[in-house]
Design a protein around this ligand. Structure first.
Ligand code: NDP
Length: 286
């Protein structure tokens, strides 16, 4: 039987509506949650992401500020921009669109963001909080996956979750979030031997690799939940995930499509983190 397709677009709309209630409650107290996005250079993909972040803010009635900087800007100037946003009371969430041009040290820039405004959840203080327990700002993509699982009614406790990929923005925080919900977690990387042996043992399989058609149906356990984080272009220029959807959906119990799966959730959780940041900074939340 073909898998149930997890509709990320619809779930994202539901979650946005829930967070809009919280944003409206703040606005009724005179506080409009505000997010600032800094983009450096002309990367077309980054521009598309930034535009959709700004649009999502507008949809929920949030204030947003979009700062575009030239690709050859100095590190000192960029750090100055971050500091100005740290001190701007209208801004509750700051994000610097990655990747940055090579001459700029991403780590240094992220560490310069006030951790109470770090809505991407990349600052060491928030990463550390995730490792030891709960962070106020879970990084948006794995946070979106957790909400997708919850809203779809997929139980995590006691399940074997296999995460393919160990990046700081997806794979590692994903594994920690699943672990906190009492999954038994395996993390696979490019050095993993016999990857299919691991993926076939997964009740919940999350792929965050960045290679089209990487996970095929024969690598999926019958009835498993398959979450495809990957965003790739195939040979025809079409947007696809890491998972060969056609073969995997015949085996899986639940599966996310690309587009329309994890993607809409990432942006939704960014908006959620911004509202939470505004609640905390104004003393109305924890
Ligand atoms: P990275 O390139 O930082 O990480 C990719 C990971 O995949 C690495 O850990 C790498 O292992 C692992 N990997 C590569 N080849 C293999 C292999 N043969 N077997 C097992 N593991 C392998 O990517 P990101 O985590 O930033 O992103 C992953 C994908 O998710 C991309 O397609 C990206 O576009 C997408 N993405 C989607 C988002 C969304 O909103 N849906 C948000 C963020 C990312 P190793 O560490 O050993 O090199």
């Amino acid at each position: 039987m073909a898998a149930h397709i997890i509709d990320g677009k619809t779930i994202a709309q539901q979650v946005r509506a829930e967070w809009k209630v919280r944003a409206d409650a703040l606005k009724a107290r005179g506080i409009t949650p505000g997010m600032a996005v800094i983009i450096v250079g002309n990367d077309p993909a980054s521009r598309v992401y930034v535009a959709s972040k700004v649009k999502a803010c507008a949809e929920l009635g949030l204030y947003s500020k979009h700062i575009e900087l030239a690709g050859d800007i100095s590190e000192a100037t960029l750090l100055g921009e971050v500091e100005a946003l740290n001190n701007d009371p209208k801004i509750h969430g700051i994000l610097v669109q990655l990747p940055l041009p090579e001459h700029l040290a991403s780590h240094k820039v992220i560490e310069a963001i006030n951790p109470d405004k770090d809505v991407d959840g990349f600052h060491e203080k928030n990463v550390g909080a995730l490792v030891t327990g709960e962070t106020p700002f879970p990084s948006c993509t794995p946070y979106g996956v957790m909400v997708l699982l919850e809203k779809t009614g997929i139980s995590i406790e006691g399940k074997h979750a296999v995460v393919v990929g160990r990046s700081n923005i997806v794979g590692k925080p994903m594994a920690l979030m699943l672990l906190h919900k009492h999954a038994t977690v395996t993390i696979c990387t490019s050095r993993t031997q016999d990857l299919a042996k691991h993926t076939r043992d997964a009740d919940i399989l999350v792929s965050a690799v960045g290679k089209a058609n990487f996970i095929t149906g024969d690598m999926v356990k019958p009835g498993a939940t398959v979450i495809d984080v990957g965003i790739n272009r195939n040979a025809e220029g079409k947007l696809v995930g890491d998972v060969d959807f056609a073969s995997a959906k015949e085996v899986a119990g639940y599966i996310t499509p690309v587009p329309g799966g994890v993607g809409p959730m990432t942006i939704t959780m960014l908006v959620a983190n911004t509202v939470r940041a505004a609640e905390r900074l104004s003393g109305f939340g924890k």
